[in-house]
Every structure is written in C-alpha cells, then in structure tokens.
Design a protein around this ligand. Structure first.
Ligand SMILES: NC(=O)c1ccc[n+]([C@@H]2O[C@H](COP(=O)([O-])OP(=O)(O)OC[C@H]3O[C@@H](n4cnc5c(N)ncnc54)[C@H](OP(=O)(O)O)[C@@H]3O)[C@@H](O)[C@H]2O)c1
Length: 246
C-alpha cells in the first residue's frame, strides 16, 4: 500500500506550477490535500478536479507572508482532517534584477514570501507535529540555493536561507520523528518567470528556460520523499533538466 495514502498534506503555492502538480500527484496516490495560495479561482478549480478524481481536498485562501493566515491554515487542516502529516512549503516568487537597479520592493517581496513564508509555515505546523511525534516538512529551495548568478543575487540569498532553515529544522526535530526535505529544482516550466520586470535580464532567463522540464518532474520527487518509510528521511534532492549546465 502507498505510504502516501491518507496522509494529510498542506501545500502552499498550490494555485499553479509545482504546487499544483504536487497536489495532483499526491491526490492520485490517496493523500488528503489542504491547498493554499492567494488566487481563489485557481484553488477552487484544482479542488474540484481532485474531488472529481475521487480524492479529498479542501482549500484556504492564504497569503504566506501573514503569520496569522498561516496559523489559520494549519488550524483548518487540523479541524478538517485531525492531523497534519506533511507541509510542502512551496510558495515562492522570483523577480530577478541586478542590485544596482535598487528594486527594493522586489527584494522585500522575495524575503517575505520565500523566507518568512517558509518560517511561518514551519511555525504553524510544528506544534501539532511535535505532539503527534511524526511529521514531514518539505521546503522548495532551488539550484539558486547552491549557485549564485549575476541578477539572481537576492533570490539566491532567499533560497540559501531556505536550505539553512531546513537543515536547522532537521537537526532540531530529528529526535521528534519529524523529517525535513529540501527540494532544489533547476529550470521548471511554470509561471515563475512572469514576475521578472528587469528587461536586461529577461532574454537570458528565457534562454535558460527553453530547456525547462515539466512541473510534474518535481511533483514526483516530492512524492518520492513522502513515500519513504518513516525511518528514512530524504534530506535534499536537486532536480535539473538534463540539458541545464549551470
Ligand atoms: N520554476 C522554476 O524554474 C523553479 C526553480 C527552482 C525553484 N522554484 C521554486 O518553486 C516554487 C514554486 O514555484 P513555481 O515554479 O511553481 O512558480 P509559480 O507557478 O509562479 O507558482 C508560485 C506559487 O506561489 C504562490 N505564491 C506567490 N506568492 C504568494 C503569497 N504571498 N502567498 C501565498 N502563495 C503565494 C502562487 O500563488 P498565488 O499567486 O495564487 O498566491 C503560486 O501558486 C517556488 O518556491 C520557486 O522559487 C521554481
């Protein structure tokens, strides 16, 4: 029997790309989904699709930059399903730019969504997981959590932070049977590059994304981490397109 069946999985950024693909993959393996993002129409459509295929899903419109809304998300998951087995901290933004352009609003957005969102997610689910003496927190970092490129400085900083936070979490919670997994994708064909407004960078990024792989490649990696037996923790996976040389 699948080790995913009946697990309650909360996914942030479930309204598109990797989060949406992960929700579909896990639903097909019998998980109970709690879908979170800001675009309600997308969440509702995904919930309907999952339910049509015979799996269970609820959604909650959530901005991950709000500590309060993240706490409410965890409360709703617990109220509906009685436990939280997995949190997938997936929501993220990537408005790349060169530092000299001083796009301070974009820097703040990346820090708020990519770092604080992950921390608020951990804060929201950790009490229940510690009490259950089981749990799994998967956070989506990036190849940019390993490699810094000109123009991706702040984004790479946030994704390095995600890796540091996930590794610290792993050490702190190893004794409580809580697993920590870092998923570090390369170029994946999603809506992520739409947030880039620096037109000096866009053509170079578009070139890299010509070889992008489908979001379900990352969804399968997430499922693989979840379906391991409880005493096996997949701590990190880097998943690049075969053709990506950076
Ligand atoms: N695509 C890639 O090449 C790639 C590579 C490495 C890492 N990643 C990482 O993968 C993750 C998923 O990105 P993606 O590629 O699937 O891009 P995407 O299609 O743009 O999805 C991003 C998701 O994040 C959500 N989001 C953004 N801001 C949010 C906020 N304040 N509160 C709640 N949700 C928010 C969006 O939903 P709403 O707008 O509806 O809120 C959306 O569902 C990100 O962490 C990204 O950094 C992607």
């Amino acid at each position: 029997m699948s080790n995913i069946k009946d697990k309650v999985v909360v996914i942030t950024g479930a309204s598109s790309g990797i989060g949406e693909a992960a929700a579909k993959e896990l639903a097909s393996k019998g998980a109970k989904l709690v879908l979170a993002a800001r675009r309600e129409d997308r969440l509702k459509k995904l919930q309907e699709e999952i339910q049509k295929d015979g799996a269970q899903a609820i959604y909650k419109v959530t901005d991950v930059t709000s500590h309060e809304q993240m706490e409410e998300l965890a409360e709703i998951a617990l109220k509906e399903f009685g436990k939280i087995d997995v949190l997938v901290n997936n929501a993220g933004v990537m408005p790349h730019s060169f530092l000299y352009k001083k796009k301070v609003d974009d820097w703040n957005k990346m820090i708020d969504v990519n770092i604080k969102g992950v921390l608020y997610g951990i804060a929201a689910v950790l009490p229940a997981m510690r009490e259950q003496k089981s749990g799994h927190i998967i956070s989506v970092s990036s190849v940019a959590g390993h490699v810094v490129g000109a123009g991706s400085t702040v984004y790479a900083g946030t994704k390095h932070a995600v890796r540091a936070i996930s590794e610290g979490l792993r050490k702190e919670e190893a004794g409580n049977n809580i697993r920590s997994t870092i998923i570090s994708p390369g170029a994946v064909a999603t809506e992520l590059t739409n947030s880039i407004t620096d037109m000096d960078l866009k053509p170079g990024i578009d070139k890299i994304y010509e070889g992008a792989i489908a979001a379900d490649s990352i969804a399968r990696a997430i499922a693989f981490a979840i379906e391991q037996p409880a005493d096996v923790a997949i701590n990190e996976m880097i998943i690049r397109p075969t053709s990506q040389d950076r």
